[in-house]
Unconditional design. Structure first.
Length: 183
């Protein structure tokens, strides 16, 4: 499935959302599947964003599928999201990016300004950067776990984790994000 972002309405209609709007909300999306070497192109973009790619602990493969062979840190990160299955709202404490090799996952991004949720269908060859404190909903159901590629963690995989939605309201990372976007 190709990348798509949209707001769903009560009447089952939807309105597409631009990558520029997503960026204003703390999620940057760049399509790289038309380049010869998406991994190399992603690394160039990430270096421009200040990611220390020479550090071993900043680049790690990931796979959301059951029984995947992930690093200990990535397995713990995925486990934290699975544990939130009944209340799937969360944020990350450290900036991270993901280059998808293959994906049919969807997740939702909070549009804090419109008080709505934007559904995002991730596609292969997409580079996503999510800022700390951005609220997302990730439904880690069995049919929504086909998602793998390379994860880039700006502060290193030891900083990889989730802030549950129940803890976000007063969390310093969330407050810093809200201040940054002017809400």
């Amino acid at each position: 499935m190709a990348f798509r972002a949209y707001q769903r309405h009560d009447d089952d209609s939807s309105t597409d959302v631009t990558p520029q709007h997503l960026s204003e909300l703390g999620l940057d999306v760049i399509t790289l599947h038309h380049t010869e070497d998406p991994q190399q192109e992603a690394r160039k973009v990430l270096q421009g964003w200040g990611y220390p790619l020479e550090r071993e602990d900043c680049v790690v493969p990931f796979d959301f599928r059951h029984d995947a062979n992930n690093s200990e840190e990535v397995s713990a990160f995925i486990g934290q999201m699975v544990d939130l299955a009944h209340a799937p709202e969360l944020a990350v404490p450290s900036e991270l990016a993901a280059l998808t090799e293959d994906s049919s996952i969807f997740f939702e991004l909070e549009d804090i300004k419109a008080h709505k949720w934007i559904r995002i269908h991730a596609g292969p060859g997409q580079l996503y950067r999510i800022h700390p404190g951005v609220k997302v909903r990730v439904i880690m159901a069995d049919d929504n776990r086909h998602h793998h590629g390379t994860l880039f963690v700006k502060d290193g995989v030891s900083k990889l984790g989730v802030i549950p939605g129940t803890d976000l309201h007063e969390h310093e990372v969330r407050q810093a994000f809200l201040t940054k976007i002017g809400t």
